[in-house]
Design a protein around this ligand. Structure first.
Ligand code: GDP
Ligand code: IMO
Ligand code: MG
Length: 430
């Protein structure tokens, strides 16, 4: 089966965009299956950086079909803005196909996201304020508006009127926020609808046909395992399922179609937003990682929290996603360190912790168990062959594979396409 998938194993921003861009070269179709413009995937092509939020990273090639699937939540203004930016760079979005089942983000979702966060105090999630949670909440509550609804003016008007009536009551009476303007939203979204219409189709059927006819399909993950609504550090998570199983549901393909699942592992750990982070470094090493790695959010510009690599997290991700390979990114960011720590497990009151704790108070009391490995203190960004990596760099990535039980597939030593060391090719597993 000619499919491959890229999944984040930590708290996001592992470098999924870079790995997708690399694997996309061999693909015919690239699919986003969940999340929305909370994602920020930076892809560097010929030293030019593209920050993609809703567009699949395959859009930077000219010969791929790019799908925004049913499980994605779409802010049309953001999507159309991204398409316009792409055109300014001389690239085309003609290959884009948008699912008629995807749910639409409206200004009341953004405003509710802001209002809910403002009211939560210590329970604040630190969302991207893009309306993702409120949009998924409407979907689950069966009052969401889908792309197919947006394509039908009468249906759209009726659903919008209902939503604006209820949301304005909540915004004003519960949160003391300003209401949204029905007429303005209607006008804006009917205009977006006409721009989107030529790209809207049944992407599920398209995808199954592509897979059955032997086309190479690449599933592009967004967000990451520890942000999963069921399995992440709830409530400090996103509102969707960034796991491989979530991609099956979100794109609309059965699990047996999913092969060659790459778990992207940043060579250290970062997190944006609130929530527990056992291997977090609040000292000068953490600051060094932030500065060396330019760890500031693609979407929000927020400084990312930094820490040592946590293999308790990555091992958890290995099982949750049935990972076939690891794609280790940003190894070059560790180039200067004399020694590097890896968290290989947790203890709680001196006892080894089995599994991944659900209770965040318990998780906060967990102490990471570290192994210390020697650094390589050499610039590895120009290396293209695994055997040419310094011995200590190989030792580091091999230890990651050993502890997690997942073989190495890719080692990335820089943001550019060519700064990629490949141990296992993208689509070869049967
Ligand atoms: P994503 O959300 O998982 O796609 O990751 P982001 O794009 O938010 O953040 C990853 C950042 O690391 C981007 O700026 C990438 O260009 C960059 N990047 C990816 N792989 C590497 C690598 O191996 N080395 C370095 N130095 N940068 C990388
Ligand atoms: P990529 O695809 C990092 C985090 C937010 C917040 C939580 C909920 O670039 O890896 P939301 O707006 O989704 O309701 O916010 O999830 N978050 C991400 N963190 N990378 C992402 O995407 C993220 N998408 C959401 O920071 O803590
Ligand atoms: Mg990102």
């Amino acid at each position: 089966m000619a499919t491959s998938m890229v999944i984040g194993t930590q708290w996001g921003d592992e470098g999924k965009g870079k790995v997708v861009d690399y694997l996309a070269e061999q693909a015919d179709v690239v699919v986003r299956s969940q999340g929305g413009n909370n994602a920020g995937h930076t892809v560097v092509v010929d030293d030019k950086a593209f920050a993609l939020r809703l567009l699949p990273s395959g859009i930077l090639y000219n010969d791929k079909i790019n799908i925004v699937g049913p499980g994605v939540v779409i802010d049309p203004k953001v999507l159309l803005g991204e398409i316009a930016n792409l055109k300014k760079e001389g690239k085309s979005a003609d290959s884009l196909r948008i699912s008629d089942r995807a749910h639409v983000i409206f200004p009341y979702h953004n405003r509710l996201d802001e209002a809910e966060e403002a009211s939560k105090g210590a329970l604040k999630v630190g969302t991207t304020k893009n309306g993702i949670g409120p949009c998924y909440a409407d979907k689950v509550n069966r009052v969401g508006i889908r792309i197919c609804d947006l394509m039908n003016e009468d249906v759209f008007k009726e659903k919008l009127a209902y939503n604006v009536k209820i949301k304005n009551k909540i915004l004003t009476d519960v949160y003391g926020f300003e209401p949204v303007d029905f007429d303005q939203i209607l006008k804006d979204y009917l205009a977006y609808a006409e721009e989107l219409r030529p790209m809207v189709c049944d992407t599920q059927a398209l995808l199954i046909e592509a897979i059955k006819s032997g086309k190479k399909v690449l599933f592009e993950g967004a967000q990451a395992t520890m942000l999963d609504l069921d399995h992440g550090t709830y409530p400090f998570v996103t509102s969707s399922h960034p796991l491989s199983g979530g991609a099956s549901v979100g794109a609309g393909v059965g699990p047996n179609y999913l092969k060659n699942i790459y778990g992207v592992v940043k060579a250290y750990t970062t997190r944006v937003g609130a929530g527990p982070f056992p291997s977090e470094l609040l000292d000068e090493t953490g600051e060094l990682l932030r500065q060396t790695g330019h760890e500031f959010g693609t979407v929000t510009g927020r400084p990312r929290r930094t820490g040592w690599l946590d293999l308790k997290v990555v091992s958890y991700a290995a099982g949750l996603n049935s990972l076939d390979y690891l794609a280790i990114t940003r190894l070059d960011i560790l180039d200067k360190l004399p020694e590097i720590k890896i968290c290989v497990g947790y203890t709680h009151n001196g006892e080894e912790v089995k599994g991944f704790p659900a209770d965040l108070h318990f998780l906060e009391e967990c102490k990471p168990v570290y192994e210390t490995l020697p650094g390589w203190q050499t610039d590895i960004s120009g290396i293209r062959e695994y055997a040419k990596l310094p011995e200590n760099a190989r030792r580091y990535v091999e230890r990651i594979a050993e502890v997690t039980g997942v073989p190495l597939g890719i080692v990335s030593v820089g943001p550019n396409r060519e700064q990629t060391i490949v141990l296992e090719e993208g689509f070869q597993k049967k």
